[in-house]
Design a protein around this ligand. Structure first.
Ligand code: SF4
Length: 320
């Protein structure tokens, strides 16, 4: 497996006052399990604040976990050489404008990873940067322009180009199309698909938009309050999600054919605070299918059908 995330936790102490007294703990990621295979796209969905972006930062090694493991090609992340790890995993951010240096020309931005790692001669680096710009749909002349001279969709193409020179195996995409106009989104998603086929890339694709996930992903992971609560292949997920939270998310996605409207399982209330998660199943205060055991005992994340896992007592044999 290219990427394995095992019981990963990231907790932050909340301190206040002159003496910085600890007031509590935010459980941003609280026992997440996930894997991404070579050349695969796994979509990660959930409401704002569920821990998706923190999980991405842990995968990139930008933060150390409180406990648990991130394995890249079977080796724990903390045993990787930092330079090799950067070559293996790259990132595309939501806002291409703030992630691109406004004072640099596009050619220099795309060439920078090659310059840092001193890969090839200066002429070879320039040629490679131009070739990558061509592959993302930009011209040779664009290399001498600045980020502010591009539209939002073009800037995101530049951000994608910048992730490619080191030939990564995995790209973590954090809401890469949510800041773009709807008309541009499909173009950028299709570009990501084409590049995946050409370079054998794997994506961990973070989004709150299930229609985007359905367009691109092989498997869908649903995150709630720091944990993965469902992991299914795309067809099974969109045909019938397992977890009540996943059902509610999917029922909110508009269906073009009114005759095929899904039944609406509306989400009640706001997500609870990750400083004070509910006892038992963290979803129980909002769950339409809640049972007594849900209020007291947290269900494990288990495979309940071939290739499908969930953390829900509806699918787990209850112990006597
Ligand atoms: Fe709902 Fe219980 Fe399943 Fe949690 S464990 S999602 S409360 S049915």
């Amino acid at each position: 497996m290219l990427l394995e995330i095992k019981d990963l936790k990231k907790h932050y102490a909340v301190r206040s006052g002159l003496l910085k007294t600890q007031r509590g703990i935010v459980r941003a990621v609280d026992g997440a399990n996930l894997s991404v295979g070579k050349g695969e796209t796994v979509g990660l969905v959930g409401e704002s604040g569920c821990g998706k972006s923190t999980l991405a930062r842990l995968v990139l090694g930008l933060e150390a976990p409180t406990s648990g493991e991130v394995l890249l090609n079977g080796t724990p992340l903390d045993q990787w050489d930092r330079i090799e790890q950067r070559r293996t995993v790259q990132m595309i951010f939501q806002d291409p404008y703030s992630s691109l240096n406004p004072r640099w020309k596009i050619g220099s931005i795309v060439r920078e990873p090659l310059d840092i790692h001193k890969l090839g001669s200066p002429t070879e680096r320039r040629a490679k940067a131009l070739d990558i710009l061509r592959r993302v749909g930009l011209g040779k002349e664009d290399a001498d322009r600045y980020p502010h001279e591009f539209s939002g969709g073009q800037r995101q193409r530049v951000a994608i180009a910048r992730a490619l020179p080191l030939e990564p195996d995995l790209i973590v995409c954090d809401e890469p199309v949510s800041a773009l106009d709807v008309s541009i989104r499909a173009q950028v998603l299709n570009l990501l698909k084409e590049l995946q086929q050409e370079f054998g890339l794997a994506y961990l694709f973070i989004s709150h938009d299930l229609s985007v996930i359905g367009h691109l992903c092989d498997r869908v992971a649903v995150m709630y309050l720091g944990r993965i609560v469902e992991l299914s292949d795309r067809a099974s997920f969109f045909h019938g999600p397992l977890h009540p939270y996943a059902k509610a998310l999917l029922s909110a996605v508009p269906v073009p054919d009114p005759a095929k409207q899904r039944s609406h399982a509306l989400l009640k209330g706001e997500p609870p605070s990750s400083m004070q998660p509910p006892t038992g199943c963290p979803f129980h205060p909002r769950c339409p299918e809640v049972m007594d055991i849900c209020r007291t005992t947290r269900p494990d994340f288990l495979e309940v059908e071939s290739g499908r896992s969930t953390a829900c007592w509806l699918y787990t044999p209850q112990k006597d």
